[in-house]
Design a protein. Structure first.
Lengths: 272, 440
């Protein structure tokens, strides 16, 4: 890293998109109360969804959305890394491969031919992978989508030269802090809160719904104990448990391995 | 370069569209020979990855196709599955769904009108540059957008990828007090939307007249959640300006998708090979009589008369629809009574289900095949931009032909503006834009 971001007057920011839904970069435009203030402190040098104005790199900060799914994008992310001082990845696609990483557990050839009449014309890698599997990443923001407040926090922290506050504890902590009744204990609702990273403010329990893992695994999650509870106490089938872990963060290591374990158990049950 | 005979224009990365695409135009001897929209957004294979999942999952999974219009995906999916399973959604839940959908129309239309498209008309590279001279306009846009997002948060639990939608209804219905708290700000929004429409009516609209087939939903008399007078959002029969009038389940008999080598988005066509357009102009042209008096009067005041045939005026239609969406949200909130239960049970039925709703960009069609235990065995999703792509290419060819006197930079910008008339959502359709114009 060259000069600290905080010492640069109006650091240049580039926003990049790989395989994704645009929702996370849209979170920047959704910071309605802060957007014009932020725009005054940085120079938005490359943000195609917002402006035609394109300044050549290198850039002080690159914000990257999306996962790597094509040979072309695997090259492009190396270029982005080379011309970026600080690289931040945002969202489940960029940090864990996203929902499109479900292909990692299937045959991409089959996927291609299911959707396209002439699959040979579609370039796609076998796996959808996180940005960090291709290049070094300075900071990751979780979520499907990310929370706008966390993005504002990260940009503010970089501008102020301090570490951003993005907790790695579980959603349960947020639920307790908000004083909510536990939907898992009180209503027997399947809830991934105990193994999912905080950040959303425990949105689902506030709507009488169990957490479904948008922010991926927390630091040191006990996914096996979680899965046992879902199967033994709530009566979910092995397949149902595997599907709970296999959504937007399916390829995050802790969720990936737990889903595999349940998948194998399901096969054993069928064969036994 | 400003010669009119042989030229090639390429825009290698289109700005201010949702997703990634490019555009290529080739002109030979002063005649536009070829226009291609190249969508290089990487494919994500949603229709394949839905196979083997539960019938309860499409609202959560398909929402992730688009960060701008996730609610459209949630409700097209829900309608397809609920209709297959023979479930009638009670009126109270249906009204609440329509209210959530209004939030998405507000959020999406404001994003496109002010932040993505207005800079073209006012001569700025983007909204942030525009803010230096028109700060009040951008602040109004951000306040309007926040109101739409707040409505999505209160009813849907989250603005992007709402968490409260489920097959059969919602996880939790909002309280009266939660909705009442939105009324003052939405009332301000209704006036702001009307003022915006008046401002936009004063924009200079480049000349372009097209005569495509327009296709939109049109709620059946008495069948929509709010009765016969509904403007299409969450339900309706599929109608066209060429006389088509079919139930949603007949979609596959009349429409299909083709793969083009230059695009990862499939191209929608009518079975007879015809190109067609969906979106605000289509909705307005087929349903102008369904606008309630306040929005109808605004449309008349700003000079909108169906049929709208200049695609550059679609921004004005969007502004009137924005006013309508705010007005409709206020009406739904005023009439709101929390439903007895937030959701009704839906038991899976083997077979094929079809669902279509009006995403902000136009009709979004979903089709699912379920096995008797509710496992999805096949899925088809046809987003609006796929359907519009052939018509956009045809429009561009006509537009470039009439504007060959412009130099490449101006022509490129005008072409981009023309593409943005359709608010193309490339993330959705992959399965958008660099401009290259080749003049030879």
């Amino acid at each position: 890293m060259s000069a600290p971001i905080a010492t640069i007057e109006r650091p240049t920011v580039a926003v990049w998109k790989f395989a994704s839904c645009d929702g996370c970069q849209l979170s920047l435009l959704s910071a309605e109360d802060e957007l014009l203030a932020i725009a005054g402190e940085i120079h938005i040098a490359y943000f195609l969804e917002a402006t035609r104005e394109v300044s050549d790199g290198p850039y002080d900060i690159s914000i990257v959305e999306g996962s790597i799914t094509t040979p072309h994008d695997a090259e492009r992310i190396r270029h982005v890394r080379a011309i970026s001082d600080t690289l931040i990845t945002i969202g489940a696609c960029a940090t864990a491969g996203g929902i499109q990483a479900l292909r990692n557990f299937a045959e991409v050839e089959e996927y291609r031919s299911l959707v396209y009449a002439r699959p040979d014309q579609i370039a796609a890698l076998a796996d959808s992978t996180a940005i960090a599997e291709h290049v070094p990443v300075d900071l990751e923001l979780r979520g499907c989508p990310i929370e706008t407040s966390q993005l504002v926090e990260v940009i503010s922290a970089l501008l102020a030269g301090r570490a951003p506050v993005t907790p790695t504890h579980s959603v349960c902590v947020e639920c307790k802090l908000a004083g909510r009744v536990c939907v898992a204990v009180a209503d027997g609702v399947p809830c991934l809160g105990p193994v999912t990273q905080a950040g959303c403010g425990a949105r689902c329990p506030a709507f009488s719904r169990g957490c479904y893992g948008c922010f991926g695994p927390m630091e040191t999650p006990n996914t096996t104990s979680m899965a046992d509870h879902l199967a033994d106490q709530l009566g979910l089938s092995h397949d149902e448990v595997a599907h709970l872990f296999r959504t937007f963060n399916a390829d995050a290591p802790a969720f990936r391995s737990e889903a595999r374990r349940r998948e194998r158990a399901a096969t054993a049950t069928t064969e036994g | 370069m400003s010669h009119t005979h042989d030229r090639a224009i390429s825009v290698e990365a289109l700005a201010r569209v949702e997703g990634e695409g490019a555009m290529h135009v080739r002109v030979t001897d002063g005649v536009v020979e070829r226009v291609e929209l190249e969508i290089y957004e990487p494919p994500r294979f949603f229709e394949a990855l839905l196979r083997g999942r539960s019938y309860l999952e499409p609202p959560d999974i398909t929402a992730r196709i688009c960060g701008i219009c996730p609610v459209a995906y949630q409700f097209s999916a829900a309608r397809a599955i609920e209709s297959l399973c023979g479930v009638e959604i009670p009126d109270g839940i249906a009204q609440l769904r329509r209210l959530l959908y209004c939030g998405e129309w507000i959020e999406s239309h404001v994003l496109h009108i002010f932040l993505l498209h207005a800079p073209d008309f006012l001569g700025y590279q983007g909204a942030i540059e525009m803010a230096s001279d028109h700060r009040e306009l951008v602040e109004t846009a951000l306040r309007l957008r926040k109101a739409g997002n707040t409505l999505l948060e209160v009813v849907g639990g989250r603005a992007i990828h709402p968490i409260n939608v489920r097959i059969g209804g919602f996880h939790r219905a909002p309280t009266r007090a939660e909705l009442d708290a939105l009324v003052d700000e939405l009332s301000w929004c209704r006036d702001a939307a009307a003022d915006a429409a008046r401002l936009i009516a004063g924009f200079e609209f480049p000349h372009l007249e097209i005569e495509p087939t327009y296709v939109a939903l049109r709620p059946e008399p008495g069948s929509g959640p709010s009765g016969a007078t509904d403007y299409p959002i969450d339900a309706g029969r599929i109608v066209s300006t060429t006389g088509l009038d079919i139930p949603v389940e007949d979609w596959p008999e009349h429409f299909h998708e083709e793969q083009m080598s230059h695009s990862t988005a499939l191209h929608g066509r009518m079975r007879d090979g015809g190109v067609y357009l969906v979106g605000p102009a289509a909705r307005f042209n087929l349903n102008a009589d369904r606008l309630p008096p306040a929005s109808a009067e605004l449309a008349a005041e700003v000079g909108l008369v169906a049929p709208v045939t200049n695609p550059f005026r679609s921004i004005l239609v969007r502004a009137v629809e924005l006013h309508y969406a705010v007005d409709e949200a206020l009406r739904l909130i005023a009439a709101y009574e929390p439903p007895e239960v937030p959701a009704v049970p839906v038991t899976p039925v083997a077979g094929v289900g079809h669902g279509a709703t009006e995403a902000p960009r136009g009709i979004l069609y979903h089709r699912y095949e379920l096995s008797d235990d509710g496992t999805i065995t096949a899925a088809t999703i046809v987003p609006p931009t796929s359907q519009n792509q052939p018509a956009i290419e045809a429009d561009l060819a006509a537009f470039v032909q009439d504007h060959l006197h412009l130099d490449d930079d101006d022509l490129q910008w005008r072409c981009e503006q023309a593409i943005r008339n359709y608010d193309p959502c490339i993330s959705c359709s992959t399965h958008f834009l660099d401009l290259t114009v080749e003049r030879r």
